[in-house]
Design a protein around this ligand. Structure first.
Ligand SMILES: Nc1nc2c(c(=O)[nH]1)N[C@H]1C(S)=C(S)[C@@H](COP(=O)(O)O)O[C@H]1N2
Ligand SMILES: [Mo]
Length: 262
């Protein structure tokens, strides 16, 4: 994945404001449920809500990041825990399923499943690390869903694993905490809101297309969420932490929207 170009190159203030408004309407235009926001929120209104003086040129970047934080909250409010992402027939699976990471496929981490332990940290009752055998002994589900990458592609795949809500219960996670953060075996990290963590289609995926999750797709496990964009779905997970401190993410800290709903 290429690093996103800074959309705020040198340019005149009015053009920047226009661009900010365009990005904002684009983000809010995701579904008809959100349409009222598109009609109801002006850039001036957003400036008031975020407490930023957008008319000052130097503040545009700060304002955009405030807008993004505000947008996280809006998406959080609009997220419906009962609303399911579409599922597809197995015949619709994209073959071959694309690989993506911030490096080339041959550089994907090589992990020995026998030595592997999934670490659990933060606001949990049981910090005991997990072996793969223990994870495999939990009840599994599988689903065929669409993965959407912000780089402009999407693909349908089949993932199987442990419903993440059941895993969170098993570790005695504080389900009232705000965030679940993931540290991966490469240098990747990301984090999600608790409502998405508990969503019935969020799974700790150990298999792809009925077989052990291949190295390129995140062996030994990834978090699969059809309700979130690709970059929110961490592969090669090593540590799961329950926290109230905002953890950010690899792409999110470079400007991608944190909520990242799809
Ligand atoms: N550990 C790790 N997880 C990651 C990434 C990464 O570089 N490292 N890239 C993300 C992005 S941007 C995408 S689109 C998907 C790609 O997953 P795939 O290889 O299964 O298609 O993984 C996401 N999770
Ligand atoms: Mo992506």
């Amino acid at each position: 994945m290429q690093r996103q170009n800074n959309p705020l190159g040198p340019s005149d203030g009015q053009a920047l404001l226009k661009e900010a408004q365009r990005l904002l309407t684009q983000r809010l235009a995701g579904s008809s449920r959100r349409r009222f926001l598109r009609n109801g929120l002006t850039l001036g209104g957003i400036a008031m809500l975020t407490g930023c003086d957008i008319s000052a040129n130097s503040n545009v970047e700060q304002a955009l990041s405030q807008i993004s934080r505000f947008n996280d909250r809006v998406q959080g409010w609009l997220f419906n825990a009962d609303h399911l992402a579409p599922v597809y027939a197995e015949s619709m699976i994209t073959r071959p399923f694309p690989f993506n990471a911030f490096y080339a496929e041959q550089e994907a981490p090589e992990i020995d499943g026998n030595d592997y332990r999934l670490e659990v940290a933060g606001l949990v009752q049981n910090r005991q690390p997990w072996t793969l055998t223990q994870l495999h002994s939990m009840a599994h589900i599988s689903q065929v869903t669409r993965h959407i990458c912000v780089e402009g592609w999407s693909a349908i795949g089949k993932w199987g694993g442990v419903p993440f809500a059941a895993f969170l219960q098993a570790i005695g996670a504080d389900l009232g905490a705000r965030y679940v953060s993931f540290t991966c075996a490469d240098d990747y990290y990301t984090s999600i809101d608790m409502a998405t963590a508990l969503h019935p289609q969020t799974i700790l995926a150990l298999s792809y297309d009925g077989k052990t999750l291949p190295r390129k797709y995140g062996y030994p496990m990834k978090l699969r969420m059809p309700t979130k964009l690709g970059y929110k779905n961490p592969k090669h997970i090593q540590v799961i932490e329950i926290t109230n401190r905002f953890p950010g993410g690899y792409w999110e800290d470079q400007g991608y929207n944190w909520f990242g709903g799809s």
